[in-house]
Design a protein around this ligand. Structure first.
Ligand code: ATP
Length: 305
């Protein structure tokens, strides 16, 4: 009796991290309507895994159903795939499968991570040998946070966030990530920012002290310098965040921060045991939270078969 030999389907899986902004300076809108940003990104250890295989047409799926993630061509992972084939002028398509570990609409750039992972995964699947420069440029056309998801680590972000430059960061920290049951829409937070800050500086800046504290690895100083210009807008849209923030501060972390446009909140700890006991305490009070290290690597291949 002969057994049919089944050819394995070539597949590549890329893991991409969530991001937070240690400093998020937001300027008044530019003539194109986008907000100029001066930000310090950090990649943290919550991940989406994106697997790609050859297919006759583009499609996207999730390993587990999650509300709020589109499963059609509007998914940013499909847009990333289309942008890559357009760049190379080739006629290929793929099935994209996403295992989400990054909260959806949590201000941690999960969609951007998927776009970055898809670019890298397809580049490897089809051996396109896209230069890093081109990958970053294509990433920047897809969304402000996509180039950083490729880069990872800790980096300066300017323009609308898409121009990234690695920063020296000797710190190694633990973030308690406090999730919210309901997401916050990024455009609505920026709209509220505009209403609340009509005199925003058109050219936001990063404080030199934060860059120096990161280079030295001074966690306490980094904690004291955490800053997010979108905090007042997010508090205005979600007054319940004020109470949660208070609960976090009472635990005495090195710093408390709103992640991006929220509603995820973050607590900074130098010591992992302190971070773990904060999670235990907050979980007992009914909050959903987890621990994530930072900084971590950007999008990287985890399976190549
Ligand atoms: P931002 O990058 O704007 O801070 P976020 O981290 O708050 O975003 P995401 O999880 O990236 O939120 O989702 C933002 C929006 O993008 C959602 O409305 C969602 O419908 C859409 N979206 C498109 N593709 C994806 C994807 N692959 N994963 C998650 N959301 C996606």
């Amino acid at each position: 009796m002969s057994e049919a030999l089944v050819e394995p389907v070539p597949r590549v899986t890329v893991r991409a991290p969530a991001k937070i902004n240690l400093h998020l300076g937001v300027g008044s809108p530019r003539p194109d309507g986008m907000h100029p940003l001066a930000t310090v990104y950090q990649a943290v250890g919550l991940y989406d895994d994106v697997t790609v295989t050859d297919a006759p047409s583009w499609s996207v799926g999730l390993t587990a159903p999650i509300d709020g993630v589109p499963l059609d061509g509007s998914n940013i992972a499909v847009q990333a795939g289309r942008a890559l084939v357009a760049h190379h002028g080739i006629d290929l398509a793929a099935r994209i499968t996403i295992a989400k570990g990054i909260p959806v609409m949590g201000g941690m750039a999960g969609g951007s991570a998927d776009a970055a992972a898809t670019l890298l995964a397809l580049d490897r699947l089809w051996d396109l040998q896209t230069s890093d420069e081109d990958l970053l440029r294509i990433a920047g056309t897809l969304g402000s946070d996509v180039p950083f998801a490729l880069l990872g680590g800790t980096a300066l972000g300017t323009g609308r966030g898409e121009l990234v430059e690695p920063l020296e960061d000797r710190s190694s920290v633990w973030w308690v990530v406090v999730l919210s049951d309901e997401g916050l829409s990024t455009p609505s937070v920026y709209q509220r920012f505009d209403a609340l800050s009509p005199d925003a500086d058109p050219e936001p800046r990063i404080p030199d002290a934060l860059i120096a504290a990161l280079a030295e690895g001074y966690t306490e100083e980094v904690g004291a310098l955490l800053h997010n210009d979108l905090w007042p807008a997010a508090r205005d849209l979600r007054p319940d965040l004020v109470d949660t923030e208070e609960q976090l501060r009472i635990l005495g972390p090195d710093g408390v921060l709103l992640s991006g446009s929220g509603p995820t909140l973050l607590m900074l700890h130098e010591d992992v045991e302190e971070a773990r006991s904060a999670v235990a305490e907050l979980t007992e009070r009914g909050l959903r939270c987890t621990v994530a290290p930072g900084p971590v690597a950007g999008a990287h291949v985890v399976t190549y078969a």
